[in-house]
Write a protein of this length. Sequence first.
Length: 76
Amino acid sequence: MMTPLPVLGILFPASQLSSPWFAVLSAFVAINTVLYTALAIAKILPKIYIGDLWHRRERRQVNRSIHPNPEESGAA
């Protein structure tokens, strides 16, 4: 014989759904869901480098790497 679901405690009665503790719990779950959704979307998007937005005058004009640029490799 099957027992009805409210007797097993799976479903809450209507009086508990309108209680203050349930409102606090549901607000916490809503904020948590929005936070983790924003973090997941931020992880998917490409990384933004602040230095790419502003061009500084202090950037080097000469390549100081041990690997020369393609146009410099033929001159040596």
